[in-house]
Ligand binder design. Structure first.
Ligand SMILES: Nc1ncnc2c1ncn2[C@@H]1O[C@H](COP(=O)(O)OP(=O)(O)O)[C@@H](O)[C@H]1O
Ligand SMILES: Nc1ccn([C@@H]2O[C@H](COP(=O)(O)OP(=O)(O)O)[C@@H](O)[C@H]2O)c(=O)n1
Length: 427
């Protein structure tokens, strides 16, 4: 492979480190829950996530694309020429690119699943893929602090230095049922065919000569047969914590000479943990607009909360460095524009610096009372600021609602785990 880059969301690299330190290696047979657990742990701990199976699947996809035999010697030549990119941010859906083409939707086809064990047993293919994986791991540990890597040979060959190695298993029947559910297979014969294909692939993965599927001697085996996904993630959090890999609080304060300060210590929540916590907390998205006489300003906020019903009060927070603060601090009224799920572009625009947020394609007008309001928003609230407090690196504004208008029913825009999403009913 000529190169492999990391598809990084803006927030996946270069920002403060997550709570996980080092490498967590998760290996195990098909449908044991490796991807689910690895992604869950990475999301919870602000770490990166690497699905190594997807890389082998990408090579297998290219082998089929080129009409080659998965067993043939040309596979090694092809692997050397491929350019494969894979996303490592657990909050993004998986994104895999082969020679510039997005292929993730095709990687779990029957044909690819059948071809991949043969492709993955070529020593030259494995060597090339191992090199990519080691580069990714080193890069992400340096930039992000921690990474969760899942596959077949991570604890044994790719990252034998991993701080935590887990071998996930589940009974054959349970794994067959999980994969069948995942693929929408419901008939008895269908489930039996899935079971057979899965066990056949396991056997080939266990018996290949080069880096076979195996439990590392120092790996902890977790049988997930009767566990929910959340229980499995919890178990891994405990194991990582026992090994000192989770920094849920900042290091103890150190004295001027660098030695630990033995005096009374306050536990300080690290910004990364604080941020990780709120990445997991869903919040509705609004755009707050105002004009204090020098033109309209607006900003995207997830901090809106209703504070009181009698009188009707809302609160929101705005960074002390926000360009909108000067206007919001002087405005006698503001408008809270509630966004619907399809209005994520508006949310992005009003969160972007150094652009004229009110220029086209933004469509806006003024209320009879003069405040700017965004056209097309499903609901808005006009409010009069009553108190403004400095709160850390933000200003907190409490405002009295004076006019509320609901124009249409809508699914709300929600910000969760670094992405825009919407609400779904679970009960
Ligand atoms: N503990 C669990 N209980 C029930 N279903 C699970 C559990 N863990 C994963 N699953 C489901 O089983 C399927 C296979 O899981 P996945 O994480 O893709 O396994 P692997 O990466 O080991 O092949 C997915 O549909 C997933 O949602
Ligand atoms: N580290 C790895 C990961 C996957 N693989 C190969 O890639 C195939 C697909 O891996 P996967 O993780 O996507 O498979 P599932 O467990 O999701 O079914 C495996 O069956 C192995 O043949 C490997 O050889 N080594």
């Amino acid at each position: 492979m000529t190169s492999s880059q990391i598809v990084s969301a803006a927030h996946s690299e270069g920002e403060s480190r997550g709570a996980l330190r080092g490498v967590v290696a998760i290996d195990g047979p098909a449908a044991a829950g490796k991807s689910t657990t690895a992604r869950g742990l990475a999301l919870l701990s602000g770490a990166a996530y690497l699905d190594t199976g997807a890389i082998y699947r990408a090579v297998a996809w290219a082998v089929l694309r080129d009409g080659l035999s998965p067993e043939g010697g040309q596979v090694a030549d092809l692997a050397g020429r491929l350019d494969i990119d894979i996303s490592v941010d657990p909050s993004l859906g998986q994104q895999v690119t082969v020679d510039g083409e997005r292929v993730e939707a095709q990687l779990r086809s029957r044909q690819v699943s059948e071809a991949v064990p043969s492709v993955a047993s070529h020593p030259i293919v494995r060597e090339a893929v191992h090199q990519i994986q080691r580069n990714v791991i080193a890069r992400l540990v340096a930039s992000r602090g921690g990474i969760v890597v899942e596959g077949r040979d991570i604890g044994t060959v790719v990252a034998p230095e991993a701080g935590l190695k887990v071998f996930l298993t589940a009974s054959d029947d349970e794994r067959a049922l999980r994969r069948s559910r995942q693929e929408g297979v419901t008939t008895w014969n269908g489930i039996m065919a899935v079971r057979q294909a899965l066990l056949r692939r396991d056997t080939r993965d266990r018996n290949r000569a080069v880096s076979p599927l195996a439990k590392a001697p120092d790996a902890v085996e977790v049988d997930t047969t009767s566990m929910t996904p959340a229980e499995v993630v919890d178990r891994l959090v405990s194991l990582a914590d026992e090994r000192g890999m989770l920094r849920l609080a900042a290091h103890p304060p150190v004295g001027p000479d660098g030695t630990p300060d033995d005096g009374p210590q306050e536990t300080i929540t690290s910004p990364a943990t604080f941020r990780s916590l709120f990445r997991g907390h869903a919040a509705g998205v609004v755009v707050i607009t105002a004009d204090a006489g020098s033109g309209p300003v607006g900003f995207t906020a997830t901090s809106l909360s209703s504070v009181s019903l009698h009188p009707p009060l809302v609160a929101f927070a705005l960074s002390t460095s926000a360009s909108s603060w000067e206007t919001v601090s002087a405005a006698t009224s503001v408008v809270v524009n509630f966004l619907s799920a399809d209005q994520h572009e508006i949310a992005r625009r009003f969160a972007t610096s150094h652009v004229d947020r009110f220029a086209a394609p933004t469509s806006w007008s003024r209320l009879p009372s003069g405040e700017p309001v965004l056209d097309g928003v499903p609901a808005y609230l006009r409010a009069v600021p009553e108190s403004r407090f400095e709160a850390g690196d933000h200003h907190l504004v409490v405002a009295r609602a004076v006019e509320a208008r609901i124009r249409r029913l809508h699914l709300p825009l929600i910000y969760h785990a670094g992405s825009y999403t919407t609400a779904t009913t679970v009960l």
